[in-house]
Ligand binder design. Structure first.
Ligand code: 5AD
Ligand code: SF4
Length: 473
């Protein structure tokens, strides 16, 4: 028998006791002072981290805190960190550094640092020695223990460090505070087994573990009933869903079942690995009612030699085969990808391979990254490409992609489409922003009532990153 990957119910009950204790304490404070204690949750990194933060916020509310968007007003600060690149870690450390002054002004302030960065031993030590005003830290495996750590910290006054995390389990039935009431994230699996040689994720998020289909269907059905319009299934390696368990179904089966739910909503998923992108999955998408014709499929490099060094387990030919099949079944599919530039040992010829795949596939959008060595990963020990070469290649990649992205967007001009409105744009004054089925950004003149609704739209102008146009009937 396979060992269960589900957190035992007794552990959830134990955490609920801590939640109740904290709630009682915060309610007492409210009764005496007339003010609610406030929590501020700050998130770095990917969508998975955003989803985790919605749980940290949900737990904070359950413990009797009110959420605030201003760290200076907070009694509890939670920084949910990312470790994917050096830059993400430096940003988080710099923010934590700024909170020193807040703690000096308000000694009762509790500061905790969570997430991927502090799942690494050396970063835990950094926090321990260089940021002594941080009260407790916990990595991704201990997220459900947040109430316990908070109560312990307040009871003992001691700084707390969750022990090194080895057991990564699925915690169901956690309170979730959803930032939006029309777009939702649903984690369907956690962790990663791939060990791409550049990537820190398997070390900070543990092995793959999938939620059971029934739990996911229940969650999505409830979201649809509550009026959610755009639901994204999340996993570090989402299309290998269920491969870790003997469930007897796979990701395509999960999608089919979710597609059968009645309602007006779109389903998306990310992030997929090309080695697990099956024809069955593409067939399910193509014949579905709710699954957006959008696929984010990171290729990382267009050189077979580099793909081998990256331990990606596919080659360019296999990648192109998936893309061709996808376009045959869904000619309107929006295709996006991730590229790493300057992976150790990347030659000019390897880089030309990457440019060629861009020109061959013509992605709608690209998330491109300069390779950043991650301590403890195999690629960090390989011979590095000089920084100036990396940035010159990066610039060239952007130039090539910007031209392609612009042409792809221009091809959509004049074509009516349905977009989901996100309200007033923060970037473009007087305009409302929305997302197309392909998840492209669309701007138009809207009204407050459009927010959270599907709107018919047609574009009359485009740049490489967005469409501009108007609402139509
Ligand atoms: N350096 C640069 N980019 C990275 N990514 C993952 N690890 C690294 C790294 N060490 C990129 C990959 C991945 C995306 C989420 O981040 O392209 O798909
Ligand atoms: Fe997300 Fe990976 Fe960053 Fe963690 S390290 S927040 S999993 S991108």
């Amino acid at each position: 028998m396979k060992k269960s990957n589900i957190l035992p119910a007794s552990e959830l009950v134990r955490q609920r006791e801590y939640i109740a204790r904290m709630r009682a304490e915060n309610d007492r404070f409210f009764a005496e002072s007339g003010v609610r204690r406030r929590a501020y949750v700050l998130t770095f990194g990917c969508q998975q981290n955003e989803a985790d933060s919605e749980k940290l916020s949900g737990l904070s509310i359950a413990m009797g805190y009110e959420l605030t968007g201003a760290p200076e007003d907070a009694d509890l600060i939670v920084v949910n960190t990312c470790a994917i690149r050096e830059h993400a870690e430096q940003k988080a450390l710099s923010i934590v550094g700024q909170y020193k002054h807040l703690k000096a002004k308000k000694p009762s302030l509790v500061i905790c640092v969570a997430g991927c960065m502090v799942a690494q031993e050396h970063r835990r030590n950094d926090i321990k020695f260089r940021y002594p005003y941080v009260d407790f830290i916990f990595g991704t495996a201990s997220l459900h223990r947040f109430p316990e750590l908070l109560v312990e910290k307040l009871a003992t006054g001691k700084r707390l460090y969750c022990p090194e995390e080895t057991e990564y389990l699925v915690a169901e039935e956690q309170p979730i505070y959803r930032e939006s009431d029309y777009r939702a994230w649903v984690s369907v699996m956690y962790g990663c087994n791939n060990f791409c040689s550049y990537c820190i994720v398997p070390y900070v998020r543990g092995r793959e573990r999938s939620r059971e289909k029934e739990e996911i269907v229940k969650e999505v059905r409830e979201l649809v009933l509550r009026g959610y319009r755009d639901i994204t299934l999340l996993g570090q390696n989402v299309n290998s869903y269920a491969k870790d368990a003997a469930f007897g179904y796979d990701f395509a089966d999960l999608l089919s079942e979710l597609d059968a739910i009645e309602g007006d909503f779109l389903l998306r998923f990310m992030t997929s690995h090309p080695k697990d992108a099956s024809r069955k999955l593409i067939d399910v998408m193509a014949s579905s009612r709710h699954i957006a014709h959008q696929f984010h499929l990171p290729v990382q490099s267009g050189s077979d030699r580099i793909l081998g060094l990256m331990n990606r387990r596919y080659d360019v030919a296999r990648y192109l085969d998936i893309v061709d099949y996808m376009r045959e079944k869904m000619p309107d599919v929006t295709l996006t990808s991730d590229i790493i530039v300057g992976f150790p040992g990347e030659t000019e010829e390897d880089f030309e391979g990457t440019i060629s795949i861009l020109e061959r596939v013509r992605f709608d959008m690209l998330y491109s990254f300069i390779y950043s060595p991650r301590k403890g990963t195999p690629a960090a020990e390989m011979e590095q490409v000089p920084a100036d070469v990396k940035s010159a290649r990066f610039e060239r990649l952007l130039t090539v992609q910007n031209a392609i992205g612009l042409e792809k967007n221009q091809a959509l001009l004049g074509k009516p489409m349905r977009v989901l409105c996100d309200g007033e744009s923060k970037k473009n004054a007087n305009l409302y922003s929305a997302r197309t089925e392909g998840n492209k950004i669309a701007f138009f003149e809207g009204v407050p009532e459009d927010t959270g609704k599907f709107v018919n739209f047609v574009a009359d102008r485009a740049d490489a990153f967005a469409l501009y146009g108007k609402k139509i009937q």
